[in-house]
Write a protein that binds this ligand. Structure first.
Ligand code: TA6
Length: 298
C-alpha cells in the first residue's frame, strides 16, 4: 500500500501522518497531546525516533545508517525475530529487514496514539525459516513509549523463536552513563567470555560491553547524566536484557556506524534471547517494554 493510501486508511488528524522518510521509505509520524513524538518505518517496523514530552530525542540512529530494503537500520529499535545473534538465519533474524504492513491505528482509552504493524510468512521467509508465523508490533505513544510484541503460530507444528527489541539509546557521553538495577543478575559476557553475576547495582561503561542478563529484573534505569535525564526501562513477558556498546575497535569494523559514535549510544535490549520460546500450533506469546523519560540522574 503506498503512502497516499496509508494516509487515507490509517491517518489520524494531528496524531498519525504517513510521510516519505529516508531513501523514499514510508514512515508513520505519531504526535501525542503531551508533545511527545515518535516515528516508525514500515521497513522492519523500525522505530527511529522517540522524543519524550520533555527531554528531547531519546533514541540513537547512526549518521551512517542505511535506509534501504533488505538492510537493517543501525539504531532506533530493531525488531529481532526469530533468531537473536548469529545462527542459520542472517544475524538477528529476518524481521528487521522486511516490509511490514499497517494493521491498525487508533487513539487509546488513555489518549495514547497507537499503531499496529504486522509481518507474516511468505515464500521468501519460508525458504529461510520453514514455519508459518505472524508477528505484530503495537506502538503506543503517551507520556511514555510502550511497545508490545505478539508472536502467533498459525501452523500445525510447534516452532521455537527468540525475539528482542534491540533498543539504541542516545546518551550525551557514555562516560557519564550508567545502568542501575542489575545487581545479583547472572549474565553471559561475550567480550570476557564466560558466565558471571552482576555484583554492583550500578554498571558503568569504559570498554566494549556485550552481555546477556538472563531473567533480569523487570525494571532498570538508564542514567544519562550528561543530558541530566534518566530513562526507566520496564518489561513484562520479556525475561532477558542485553547491554551492548561496541567501543573503539568494533565501531571501526561496522560500516554503518561512525568510529566515535560509541561515545553517544548504549543498547539496552529487552526480549527472550537466552532461552528460545516454543510456541505450540495455534498458540501466541506477547511481551512488552515501556520507556519513561524523566529529569535528573541518580
Ligand atoms: O545485541 C548485541 C549484539 O548481538 C552484538 O553482539 C552485536 O552483534 C550487535 O548485536 C549488533 O548486531 P548487528 O547485526 O545489528 O550488527
Amino acid at each position: 500500500m503506498n503512502r497516499e493510501h496509508l494516509q487515507q486508511q490509517f491517518g489520524i488528524p494531528d496524531r498519525v501522518r504517513f510521510t516519505e522518510g529516508r531513501n523514499g521509505l514510508v514512515k508513520a509520524e505519531l504526535q501525542h497531546t503531551s508533545g511527545a513524538r515518535a516515528e516508525i518505518y514500515l521497513h522492519g517496523a523500525h522505530i527511529t525516533s522517540w522524543q519524550a514530552a520533555q527531554g528531547g530525542e531519546v533514541l540513537f540512529v547512526s549518521g551512517a545508517a542505511h535506509f534501504q530494503d533488505g538492510v537493517p537500520i543501525r539504531g532506533g529499535i530493531p525488531v529481532i525475530f526469530p533468531q537473536f545473534g548469529a545462527g542459520p538465519l542472517p544475524n538477528h533474524g529476518l524481521a528487521r529487514t522486511r516490509a511490514w504492513a499497517v494493521a491498525r491505528t487508533a487513539i487509546g482509552a488513555d489518549d495514547a496514539v497507537v499503531i499496529i504493524l504486522r509481518l507474516e510468512d511468505d515464500a521468501q521467509t519460508r525458504a529461510l525459516w520453514p514455519h508459518p508465523f505472524c508477528i505484530q508490533l503495537t506502538l503506543s505513544l503517551g507520556p511514555a513509549l510502550t511497545i508490545k510484541l505478539t508472536v502467533k503460530n498459525p501452523g500445525s507444528a510447534p516452532f521455537s523463536f527468540q525475539t528482542a527489541l534491540h533498543t539504541y539509546f542516545q546518551v550525551a557521553d557514555i562516560a557519564q552513563t550508567s545502568l542501575c538495577g542489575l545487581r545479583g543478575t547472572a549474565f553471559n559476557d561475550f567480550v570476557n567470555i564466560g558466565p558471571a553475576v552482576a555484583t554492583r547495582e550500578i554498571v558503568a561503561f569504559d570498554r566494549e560491553t556485550d552481555r546477556v542478563y538472563a531473567n533480569a529484573p523487570d525494571r532498570v534505569v538508564l542514567d544519562d547524566c550528561g543530558n541530566r535525564r534518566k530513562i526507566a526501562i520496564e518489561k513484562s513477558g520479556m525475561n532477558d536484557i542485553v547491554v551492548w556498546n561496541p567501543w573503539i575497535e568494533k565501531s571501526k569494523r561496522l560500516d554503518d556506524f561512525g568510529d566515535d559514535e560509541y561515545r553517544r549510544m548504549l543498547c539496552v535490549e529487552t526480549g527472550r534471547m537466552r532461552t528460545p520460546t516454543v510456541l505450540a500450533p495455534g498458540a501466541q506469546w506477547s511481551g512488552r517494554t515501556m520507556f519513561t523519560c524523566s529529569d535528573g540522574c541518580q
